[in-house]
Design a binder for this molecule. Structure first.
Ligand code: AGP
Length: 616
């Protein structure tokens, strides 16, 4: 999410900042800005949209004699992608500026407190709060003021800060959001959220860890602990990757990088929304619809593609935990059928981009019929978020690969939160169940993080065996039926192998005719309430010599007796089978990825597909 670049040294700073920002463009952004010193004043330039817009604005100052500055590309999280919300953000007098990646969870409270003290805000962002908070603590010592302010901040941050009281230094700090220093011996010190921005100038870097604060000067730098201020001895490392590899953080494709980003994306979706002890879910963005949510009789879920698969999973959660009927529609069908919607039916749209034409048309129709609309979306300020009555953001960060991976699992996490929230609100879930669900989903990201590398290694072997198949079937039951659909979609869209997903119990009604010794079938068989039924379906496939790949729960020895190709997933925290769809999606994504990579396909930009489908 977002990009930061900073420089303090002897060279002219504006071209360095622009070049650095260009190299961070791949991360996705919707506005950009930069700041530099001129005659001891901080001069800011900001622009909505592409970096070329900022480029036009700063054309005349490329040669300006300024040697200290910060640049930023913003991917909106709080407030629409406008120029006013673009970074850098300043304090009341613009004597101090901040660029920030991440999310300040308690920004509303801080903003209210600062407003009472007379601070005037000029944007809707969480970041601006930080500039004013530092201003509150500032006397002569910038580092001390930044430390004091950051101690009060809850959430994630990578920040770069400049103050006209100390134009000889730049301060940077991180917590759960990456930040790296570039050491350009004798020719300045750099700051960036990601290595590619540094590569034209240096390959010597220092990675900041969580809760570290750095002070950069033209010819020196130091890193301290954010809490106690003690100096930390940091190692300078040498980057051996080229720029292309660095953009993908060493991964071969964006899709693989995004698969590996899922634990962090889930943390971002959950951040600040679950009380860890009780598991209670807080979704302040939905408060204004409290009466509606208490009175609804039905929910209509509408989405396309992968987002539709997320909706199919959510139907199980909502019906089980809230006990109200849920209907799920593909948006292109929804918009052309007789819709029986009214004010007591909630329409919930799910869209990564927030721009999908069919889904957008669907929510417009729903609104016209008096239904209130909530959208689950990843892109702040997108059309759907502007038109919905409320938005639940997934905060997965920009997704570059056309195949949706982290956006999907984040949608599932947001829907999981929504269903639990509704069950809480309508008292259909017991406090015990709320705690069990909440604690389980909080425990999921570390479990995934730990498991991913070994899982990928095992999947490589399976992919080598099956990559030249012409067809593939994916089967699952219950909550994992939509994951079978999603696995098949992933495989077909990036490897061009014909793949279909089925509810395992449906095979005997037709698709079983396809099964012979040449047909690979991936079966999702976690230990859940339909396990025995799933195994019966798997046996039906085995009897017809289908080539089975089974994904099951750790410790299930029965699966090994059925096939050699078994992938085990860890048991979900607090043994909540409802979380299996998030967990079991990962091997399906990895299998699609490994097969497509072996077939030499353009994994990140498959033929005929677009990231955002803005036409009908
Ligand atoms: C899946 O990998 C695709 N990218 C596609 O199915 C996508 O989910 C669909 O086009 C919907 O997009 P949205 O979530 O942006 O609305």
């Amino acid at each position: 999410m977002c990009g930061i670049v900073g420089y303090i040294g002897t060279r002219k700073v504006v071209p360095i900042l622009l070049e650095g920002l260009k190299r961070l463009e791949y991360r996705g952004y919707d506005s950009a800005g930069l700041v530099y010193f001129r005659n001891s004043r901080l001069i800011k330039h900001r622009a909505q949209g592409k970096l070329s817009n900022l480029g036009k604005i700063v054309e005349k100052v490329l040669g300006v004699e300024s040697h200290v500055g910060l640049g930023h590309t913003r991917w909106a999280t709080h407030g629409a992608p406008t120029t006013a919300n673009a970074h850098p953000h300043g304090d009341c007098k613009d004597n101090l500026v901040v660029v920030h990646n991440g999310i300040i969870e308690n920004y509303q409270n801080l903003r209210t407190e600062l407003k009472k003290k007379g601070h005037i805000f000029r944007s809707e962002t969480d970041t601006e709060v930080l500039a004013h908070l530092i201003e509150e603590y500032l006397d002569k010592d910038l580092v001390r003021a930044v430390r004091k302010a950051l101690k009060r901040v809850k959430g994630s941050f990578a920040v770069g800060i400049l103050w006209n009281g100390r134009p000889d230094i730049m301060v940077a700090a991180r917590n759960h959001s990456p930040l790296v220093l570039g050491i350009n011996n004798g020719d300045g010190t750099l700051l960036a959220s990601d290595v590619p921005a540094l590569l034209p100038y240096t390959r010597k870097v220092v990675y900041l860890e969580d809760k570290e604060i750095a002070v950069l000067a033209s010819d020196k730098w130091e890193v301290r602990n954010l809490d106690n201020g003690r100096k930390i001895n940091k190692q300078v490392q040498t980057i051996t990757w080229n720029a292309g590899m660095a953009e993908k953080a060493g991964f071969k494709h964006f899709m693989l990088k995004e698969i590996y980003e899922q634990p962090q994306a889930l943390i971002n979706t959950l951040r600040g929304r679950i009380e860890p002890q009780s598991g209670r879910v807080e979704l302040p963005e939905l408060k204004k619809l409290a009466t509606v949510l208490n009175n609804i009789e039905r929910i209509a879920l509408v989405a396309c593609g992968t987002s539709w698969h997320a909706a199919l999973v959510a139907k199980y959660w909502l019906e089980d935990w809230v006990g109200i009927p849920v209907e799920v529609d593909i948006a292109s069908e929804f918009r052309y059928r007789k819709l029986l919607l009214h004010k007591n039916v909630l329409t919930l749209s799910i869209s990564q981009s927030g721009e999908t034409a069919d889904t957008l048309a669907g929510i417009r129709l729903a609104s016209q019929l008096g239904s209130r609309v909530i959208t689950i979306c990843n892109v702040v300020g997108s059309t759907m978020t502007r038109e919905a009555d409320a938005t639940l953001y997934t905060h997965a960060g920009p997704e570059i690969g056309v195949a949706s991976t982290k956006a999907f699992t984040s949608q599932l996490a947001a829907l999981f939160l929504f269903a639990s929230y509704l069950g809480q609100m309508r008292k259909t879930l017991s406090a015990h169940k709320v705690r069990q669900l909440g604690q389980a989903i909080i425990g999921l990201p570390p479990l995934l993080e730990e498991h991913l590398p070994a899982l990928q290694e095992k999947i490589k072997t399976v992919a080598e065996r099956f990559y030249d198949s012409r067809n593939f079937l994916f089967v699952g039951r219950g909550l994992n039926f939509p994951i079978a659909l999603e696995g098949a979609l992933k495989l077909k869209e990036i490897s061009y192998i014909h793949a279909e997903g089925y509810a395992a119990g449906e095979l005997k009604h037709g698709p079983i005719a396809l099964i012979d010794k040449d047909m690979p079938i991936l079966g999702l068989v976690p230990r859940d309430n339909v396990y025995e039924k799933s195994i019966s379906n798997i046996e039906e496939i085995r009897a017809r010599q289908g080539q089975l790949i089974l994904i099951g729960s750790k410790g299930d020895r029965q699966l090994k007796k059925i096939t050699d190709h078994v992938l085990y997933m860890p048991k979900t925290p607090t043994m909540v089978p409802e979380l299996n769809p998030i967990l079991f999606t990962i091997p399906a994504q990895l299998l699609a990825y490994e097969i497509a990579a072996l077939r030499g396909c353009d994994v990140d930009q498959p033929r005929n597909l677009a990231k955002s489908v803005t036409v009908e």
